[in-house]
Design a protein around this ligand. Structure first.
Ligand SMILES: Cc1ncc(COP(=O)(O)O)c(C=O)c1O
Length: 491
């Protein structure tokens, strides 16, 4: 697929050479390429710091690339089947916010599933866009939200033909995708952009038996967490675009609003090398991984009480496709919640799962996963069986989402007050509250807090989940309706 020489790593080569060039560093950063002998420098080693330089001459500038960053980004675009690639040093969160700010202005509509990551909600706050939320398909057996259904999207588009963009999660945290190719076709018929959250799908384009990548499906933009599934350093991601519906200048200027003027060269070098490795070796490595994952699912399904989710299961439950490099295991038939299983696997088998939900646990595999890791996982599950109980796991799934009172941006800027959670019923939220991971808000700014949200918060708190919000635990920031005023203009 790639046309350029993907063995090349221009940015990494240049920064590595700079690190050993003997340059007298009278610039920032203050560690002077590793000259401060502290515990951290000693532990990591000199090489790390020698490469942590801040855009000196010849090393290019992320906000206006003309040299090795431009070359490295062009190689990345080629590898991902995109026209343009932009290195992100603040994660896919930055890419998602940038996609929304690029595509939709204040008060313009964007069609978006309600089970999006908090960064998409933050994109709505920053852009001022009007969300037209779609309910994802709910899997009542697993208690999770999946993709969107094409016929429902068609109805939503026909109701809101003036929307500027459709936002798609490709795939969800759990690995489930929607029929992206048809979604793109439909959205483009109505002149709408298609923006993809590809945080968990950066590897899709490198193997034919994985779901279609955003670029393969013809989407306009995608934000990809290279750090999650391809192996660059945490926080390093890419925004990729294709076609002429998106103006590259507007994308760059939006990114420049959102990013540091001191981007980490370590993050960028790790993107450059991870891309090269994946482009050269990805197909073969993914081949091995997909086989290992498949064998592991079969082994797990032979242990009574566990159910490792297969592609066939997803197809039979209205999912379009499934990323088989994820292993989702239903544990609740053993009288254990996913949270119980997550803790026991950590405490007794030293296994760190990606996340737990009421009924299941999720393992995220990558080309760095070994057979040994998966054998250990199967052994860990066998050990878990000892903890079987007669408890009936409370069936926990919300089929509705809260009603909206106002746009997220308006609620964010409105006068506010802090109330105790138990007094918050029917108040309008002024902040995101979510369980992390997965980081999908239970309530977002502008939504009316209902009894189900309060119940969910109580439930997840009791399970020991991490609840993230901007406010002290037990309180919530809400709109002060007595002081409520409507903004004029394009807020
Ligand atoms: C579905 C989804 N989208 C976006 C993000 C944000 O990605 P990042 O952590 O790279 O900012 C995450 C992170 O967990 C995610 O799960």
């Amino acid at each position: 697929m790639a046309k350029l020489d993907q063995t090349k790593t221009p940015f990494f080569d240049k920064i590595r050479a700079y690190g050993v060039s003997g340059t007298t560093a009278l610039d920032v950063p203050g560690h002077k390429l590793g000259s401060i002998d502290n515990e951290f420098t000693r532990y990591l080693g000199h090489n790390v710091f020698s490469m942590d330089a801040n855009a000196p001459r010849g090393l290019d500038n992320l906000s206006k690339p003309k040299g090795v960053i431009k070359e490295a980004q062009a190689l990345a675009a080629d590898a991902f089947g995109a026209d343009h690639a932009y290195f992100l040093i603040n994660g896919t969160s930055q890419g998602i916010i940038a996609m929304i700010m690029t595509a939709v202005r204040a008060k313009e509509k964007i069609i978006i599933p309600r089970n999006v990551h908090k960064s998409a909600i933050n994109g709505l706050i920053l852009s001022g866009a009007m969300p037209i939320f779609m309910k994802p398909h709910m899997d009542s057996e697993l208690g999770i939200a999946n993709g969107i259904i094409l016929s429902e999207l068609r109805e939503t588009i026909e109701e809101h033909p003036d929307a500027k963009a459709v936002f798609v999660i490709n795939p969800t945290y759990f690995g489930v995708t929607s029929n992206l190719k048809e979604i793109v076709k439909l959205a483009h018929e109505y002149n709408m952009l298609v923006l993809c959250d590809e945080a968990h799908g950066s590897h899709f384009g490198f193997h034919d038996s994985l779901p279609l990548s955003a670029m393969e499906a013809g989407a306009d933009m995608a934000a990809c967490s290279i750090h999650k599934t391809i192996g660059s350093l945490t926080q390093s991601s890419m925004l990729i675009t294709k076609g002429n519906r998106v103006d590259p200048n507007r994308v760059q200027s939006t990114l420049n609003v959102l990013q540091s003027t001191s981007p980490s060269s370590l993050l960028m070098a790790s993107l450059d090398t991870a891309r090269s490795y994946m482009a050269v070796n990805g197909k073969e490595k993914l081949d091995e991984l997909i086989k290992m994952a498949d064998e592991t699912r079969k082994k797990i399904n032979k242990i009574k009480g566990f159910k490792a989710i297969t592609k066939e299961y997803i197809w039979n439950h209205k999912g379009y496709d499934y990323d088989e490099t994820k292993i989702m295991v239903k544990v609740s038939d053993l009288g254990l919640t996913g949270f119980d299983a997550y803790n026991i696997l950590s405490q007794e088998s030293n296994i760190q799962m990606e996340l737990a939900e009421t009924h299941l646990i999720l393992a995220v595999l990558s080309i760095g996963t070994t057979q040994q890791d998966l054998d250990k996982f199967v052994e860990g599950l066998k050990n878990l069986k000892k903890h079987k109980t007669d408890k009936e796991i409370r069936h926990k799934i919300r089929f509705t989402y809260p009603d909206s009172y106002t746009r997220p941006r308006e609620a964010y800027h409105a006068p506010k007050k802090y109330v105790k959670l138990e007094d918050a019923l029917n108040e309008v939220a002024a902040e995101n509250i979510m369980v992390y991971p997965p980081g999908i808000p239970l309530v977002i700014p502008g939504e009316i807090i209902n009894a189900e949200i309060l119940e969910d918060l109580e439930f997840y708190t009791a399970q020991g989940s991490t609840i993230l919000s901007d406010t002290e635990d037990g309180y919530i920031k809400v709109v002060d309706k007595d002081k409520w005023y409507k903004y004029e203009g394009d807020l």
